[in-house]
Ligand binder design. Sequence first.
Ligand SMILES: Cc1cc2nc3c(=O)[nH]c(=O)nc-3n(C[C@H](O)[C@H](O)[C@H](O)COP(=O)(O)OP(=O)(O)OC[C@H]3O[C@@H](n4cnc5c(N)ncnc54)[C@H](O)[C@@H]3O)c2cc1C
Length: 297
Amino acid sequence: MEAVGAAAAAAYALHLFTDVFEPAVEGRLDPARYTPLTLVEREALTADTARLRFRVGRPRRPGAAEQAADAVVAQGAWAVDVKDHLVQTFRTYTPVGWEPGGPGGPGCIDLVVKRYAGGSVSRFLHGTRVGDQVEVRGPILTWPYAAGRYRRLFMVAGGTGAAPMVQLAERILGDPADTATRISLLYGAQTPADLVFRGRLDALAARHAGRLDVAYVAERGAPAGQPLVQAGRPDAASVGALVRGFDAATDAVLVCGPEPMMAAVCGVRPVGVGRGQGPLRGALRDLGVEPASVFKF
Ligand SMILES: Cc1cc2nc3c(=O)[nH]c(=O)nc-3n(C[C@H](O)[C@H](O)[C@H](O)COP(=O)(O)OP(=O)(O)OC[C@H]3O[C@@H](n4cnc5c(N)ncnc54)[C@H](O)[C@@H]3O)c2cc1C
């Protein structure tokens, strides 16, 4: 009898302090390798842009992969690589929702993805259905950020290029250790309906009055006299108005968007790992902003 009791106690201790009796954790985020994540929800935001929610498993006690992932997320803006396993190529996407999940409970990441007609991975992602699995690797640090590091952040974004700005703004404004950083965002899209993060940004700005201001511009369809979305695109005039008061000692400028916008605002970032930021060109150079103060996602 004593032996049975001892065995039960040992099993209970094993259960408490190890994962021996727990089901395998599916779909963990791992910066070092691709793991399959399951699509659990999808929402069409426009004709060519969708929000895709993937489940992220988490063991009861975080293992090495979770510790590595948490360490990356803590360091600043982050992204994930998504693999199109049909053609074995990958592209980078920026989660705009990150619920790491409780002990043992599932979390999730949301990707907002624009489909390009001739694109590889964006078309693959748009073809996925709830229940499908997609190979994801990350988090990957894209821009290091520490609470209170900057007085002001000026952001220029086009289309789904607003994703890293939304991720950063939500992080900074939600951080009790980061009480003074102010964010000014110029957010452009083809039409007002393509400003897919507008509701989220307006809610954030309302919750944090005086710390986030957003100027919206649309190339077409902005109703005349409508003050909330101006007709136009991020260009020399609108970027000049955005960065008024810029101070290289305390501020930074972040830019993310399609190639023509990057060319006009700051010059395109060279493609490929380790290719750096490329020279500063376009409106920001003409305005005299220091290259070291500008980051191109
Ligand atoms: C840090 C980072 C974060 C990002 N975050 C997001 C995000 O959150 N959401 C998002 O939607 N995107 C994001 N992107 C962009 C994303 O990584 C992809 O570049 C985008 O989805 C296009 O990939 P694709 O494989 O579908 O298209 P690709 O195959 O790379 O093609 C891109 C475009 O080039 C055209 N093209 C392809 N081949 C040719 C050719 N031979 N000749 C001429 N044109 C061609 C295509 O028609 C298409 O218009 C991010 C990029 C980076 C670097």
